[in-house]
Design a protein around this ligand. Structure first.
Ligand code: ADP
Ligand code: MG
Length: 342
């Protein structure tokens, strides 16, 4: 039996001290951290801010999400938004609400994941809030980042003839979620039959322990690339591409054949009789970066295997379209990822 320490034995302040006792500051911009009424930071260029809330039962399911992974992912999804602005994340705050179902050990596990992400991405945990909820676990993270003046990238700068690009591969997280949901159902219906995760480590990892594309932002800096527009993939490629088109007042052509899908993910999609392209377009939670570049930057990215050119930007009047492998042209629609689970 795992040890269980009730949170009430520590109290609110004792718990905060316990969770933050090994917190280390890595950035010189962090002046005052956890322990005062507010944190103080000293950013050189412009400050980028983003926040995300994760609610148990809506955004995550603790039946198949280890708390350590959840801590890691709740930080990563925020850092991904900072990278999508072409900025470098520097600090986060972490606010949590939990019921008495949670023990000190459970929160320790969650914070192990939080600190692992802080370590990997070189960000400082500078504060947060701790409170109780009647039911369920609620997480709110705010991330702060730095960017040199005029280097930040929005969704609204794509220009006609720009290349439409994406990092990594898509659809894996959705397939991982599909597998986990299927095994949860089997588990509940058979009262405890152990799940068969079929050695699908790749797609399960994409769902439970995603990473943010720090490497792509560093590649841009090293190669003097500033995308004309950028967004991260939280809802699915089609939704993100439509955001860029709408906010940049442009259209686009996307080639189905060019959409990167990992081989293991593709094989699993076929096994479930799902279309891998549909998983990439509507799946979401891959936390890759979708961005546009002037054609003159093509030589700078062509050798980077982590970047795929998937299409190009057109006049707004031409609309946002996908050309299928068979050569047919269809308008891109933003089905949310729920389209697949219904
Ligand atoms: P206040 O009453 O001013 O809100 P708190 O007692 O809530 O202060 O917090 C004390 C310190 O601990 C603050 O610096 C706050 O940012 C930090 N803190 C509170 N909860 C957390 C948490 N879950 N994770 C990290 N830091 C936290
Ligand atoms: Mg407080």
């Amino acid at each position: 039996m795992q040890e269980r320490t009730e949170i009430s034995t520590l109290g609110e302040f004792g718990l905060i001290d316990h969770l933050t006792k090994n917190n280390e500051i890595k950035n010189s911009s962090t002046i005052v951290s956890v322990g005062d009424d507010a944190a103080v930071i000293d950013h050189l260029g412009q400050t980028v801010v983003t926040t995300d809330m994760l609610v148990e039962g809506i955004h995550f399911d603790l039946m198949y999400t280890p708390l350590k992974h959840l801590g890691y992912k709740s930080v990563v999804v925020n850092l991904s938004d900072i990278y999508a602005m072409n900025a470098t994340p520097t600090q986060i705050t972490m606010s949590i609400a939990f019921s008495n179902r949670f023990s000190v050990e459970a929160l320790d596990e969650f914070y192990d994941g939080v600190y692992a992400a802080c370590e990997k991405y070189n960000v400082d945990l500078i504060g947060g809030d701790t409170t109780t909820s009647q039911k369920g676990f609620i997480i709110s993270v705010t991330a702060l980042g730095e960017v040199a003046a005029d280097k930040y990238v929005t969704r609204s700068g794509a220009k006609k003839a720009d290349l439409l690009c994406v990092s990594g591969d898509l659809g894996g997280a959705f397939l991982g979620l599909t597998l986990l949901e299927r095994e949860k159902k089997v588990f509940l219906e058979t009262k405890g039959l152990q799940p068969d995760l079929e050695n699908q480590d790749y797609i399960i990892g994409r769902m439970l322990k995603p990473d943010a594309r720090k490497d792509i932002i560093e590649f841009f800096a090293a190669n003097k690339i500033i995308p004309t527009s950028m967004i991260d993939v939280s809802d699915g490629l089609s939704s993100e591409v439509l955001h860029i088109c709408k906010q940049s007042d442009v259209g686009c052509v996307l080639y189905e054949q060019k959409i990167p899908v990992n081989d293991l993910a593709r094989q699993y999609a076929y096994k479930l009789e799902l279309d891998p392209t549909a998983c990439a377009l509507s799946g979401g939670e891959d936390y890759e970066l979708v961005f546009t570049l002037p054609q003159s930057d093509y030589d700078k990215i062509v050798l980077n295997e982590q970047i795929s050119v998937i299409g190009y930007i057109t006049e707004k009047e031409e609309g946002a379209n996908i050309i299928t492998k068979g050569g047919n042209k269809y308008p891109i629609t933003a089905q949310g990822w729920n389209a697949f689970t219904k």
